[in-house]
Design a protein around this ligand. Structure first.
Ligand code: ADP
Ligand code: ZN
Length: 215
């Protein structure tokens, strides 16, 4: 099963992708996470991506398209995948379509997590991520068992640089101009499914389970 997750930054794509990964046992591929790992390891790609990310801008299409194509060619993607944070532009969507066509594959579901801007702004202010494993928390909605410490790996929880309020505003602006058009795009492709992202995590899990079924 091939799934892509759409939605504004902070709408919950990461949390819901992790849920689907576990439920369907297919890899969760998050481009933002891959970039952050590359920055941490100071790779060439990381150095190129960092200045864009810190400003709340998209990393150029050519850097992300080849990265995703390579990742999707790996063996573990044969039984399916969940793409989180890609595609984010029409150019990326077209490139993905081409990559999949070559492999005789299609997108089964484009899941759009709907959330108003104010909801996103409030949520990002409380978001904390683990420095060690990338797990995501929220000070109010999804607090860790022990303050400042990751439940999964014991790592330190920090606020992402791009979650600073000015950067969040920029990211939302970029989302509306560059990524929102993909909702129409996947509607036309007849794979779009939308879910209200504001109804609480467990309720969204339930809706997603019904949406995707037992496939
Ligand atoms: P969020 O969904 O919360 O915005 P991500 O972790 O998905 O966060 O992305 C963080 C940043 O990484 C983005 O703001 C952007 O700079 C970069 N990025 C991630 N995926 C892409 C992509 N598909 N195209 C361009 N830039 C990307
Ligand atoms: Zn952790």
């Amino acid at each position: 099963m091939n799934i892509i997750m759409l939605g504004a930054p902070g709408a919950g794509k990461g949390t819901f992708s992790a849920f689907l990964e576990e439920k369907y046992n297919i890899p969760h591929i998050a481009t933002g996470y891959i970039f952050r790992e590359n920055i941490k390891n100071n790779t060439d790609l990381g150095q190129k991506a960092k200045s864009y990310m810190d400003q709340g801008l998209l990393v150029p299409d050519e850097l992300v398209v080849s990265l995703v194509a390579d990742r999707l060619a790996a063996d573990d993607c044969k039984k399916g995948f969940i793409l989180d944070g890609f595609p984010r532009t029409l150019v990326q969507a077209e490139a993905l379509k081409e990559t999949l066509e070559k492999a005789g594959a299609v997108i089964d579901y484009a899941i759009n997590i709907e959330a108003p801007d104010q909801f996103i702004v409030d949520r990002m202010a409380g978001r904390r991520v683990c420095k060690g494993c990338g797990a995501s928390y929220h000070l109010v909605n999804v607090p860790p068992k022990k303050e400042g410490i990751c439940d999964v790996c014991g790592g330190e929880l920090i606020q992402r640089e791009d979650d600073a309020p000015e950067t969040v505003a920029k990211r939302l602006e970029v989302y509306h101009s560059e990524t929102q058009p993909l909702i129409d795009y996947y509607e036309k492709e007849k794979v779009l499914k939308s879910v209200d992202g504001t109804i609480g995590r467990d309720n969204v899990f339930k809706v997603l389970s019904e949406m995707v079924g037992d496939a």
